[in-house]
Design a protein around this ligand. Structure first.
Ligand SMILES: [Fe+2]
Ligand SMILES: [Fe+2]
Length: 293
């Protein structure tokens, strides 16, 4: 993996997304929560400044490494902020119009961006079978969430569009269940990891853990990747239509145009990420698995 190129690709996409999350959260806060409003404005500015700095960044390994470190610190701040909002929402200590799942969703996106940068900084390569299932599971959940959010932000009178977005959400969930089936077949270690308390990963694992067989790559995974890409492509097209309808005021909803554009861009990124991992899956399969004769 090319460290500089991949770091720039990730930063170019996710920094803008993080800036917009701060804005979306602020729009859903009650107007008397002045402290949280000020904090969200600060974060929006912080990520805006990082985007400006990124444009001027020399594409050298040293400069990019230092920049990634700055971004990781900014992500720590936005993850804390989202956690604070989410915890107050789910304990009924905050009003406004931010749905808890939306805050969990945007926090998941921040955690993923942070993990990608940490992996790049520490030169951690995830084996291909594991990586493919991670990408597919992550993006399917994100795409499914978007479809639920859209169905909740459309006016209830938009019956057909509400039904269509729910159908897309359900399709994503079916594929996500299938990804979990494939994961325990191919990456048994991931299942064991999931059974351990989350906090245990902070230190060395007790003996006996982490000794299950390595991930294996099977041809079915190539076909699964194509099925996921097809599902995401359909969601992408639906979002494009939604954006056009919102922008031309032809649909009744409380979807801001920027949010429609934001979720469309995330679908484009999902397609790019899934194609990258799909190419690797096909290449590896061609090397190791002879075709059925
Ligand atoms: Fe987002
Ligand atoms: Fe999203």
């Amino acid at each position: 993996m090319n460290f500089v190129k991949e770091s720039l690709r990730q930063n170019r996409f996710w920094l803008r997304i993080m800036q917009e999350h701060a804005l979306f959260i602020r729009l859903g806060l009650p107007c008397d929560e002045t402290q949280l409003i000020a904090e969200s404005e600060e974060l929006e500015q912080l990520f805006h400044n990082l985007r400006v700095a990124l444009k001027r960044l020399p594409p050298t390994e040293e400069a990019v490494r230092e920049f990634n470190e700055t971004v990781i610190n900014a992500l720590d701040r936005i993850i804390d902020f989202k956690t604070n909002i989410l915890n107050r929402l789910i304990t009924c200590n905050l009003g406004g119009s931010n749905l808890p799942l939306l805050i969990d969703h945007v926090r998941r996106e921040a955690i993923r961006f942070r993990t990608i940068l940490l992996r790049l900084q520490n030169n951690i390569e995830v084996p291909i079978a594991e990586n493919a299932l991670q990408e597919e599971t992550f993006w399917l959940r994100i795409m499914g969430d978007h479809m639920w959010f859209i169905s909740h932000l459309l006016d209830p009178s938009e019956r057909l569009l509400v039904k269509q977005s729910e159908q897309f959400a359900e399709n994503s969930e079916t594929l996500r269940l299938q990804a979990r089936d494939l994961e325990s077949m191919e990456v048994p270690q991931a299942f064991e990891n999931w059974l351990l308390p989350a906090k245990l990963f902070g230190g060395p694992l007790p003996p006996g853990f982490g000794e299950l067989p390595d991930a294996i790559l099977i041809p079915r995974l190539g076909r699964f990747n194509e099925e996921v890409i097809q599902a995401v492509r359909e969601i992408r097209d639906f979002k494009e239509t939604a954006l056009q309808l919102v922008e031309s005021c032809q649909v009744l909803s409380i979807i801001p145009p920027l949010l429609a554009d934001h979720v469309l861009r995330e679908a484009e990124m999902a397609l790019t990420d899934l194609r990258i991992v799909g190419r690797k899956v096909h290449r590896e399969n061609d090397k190791h698995c002879p075709r059925h004769r």
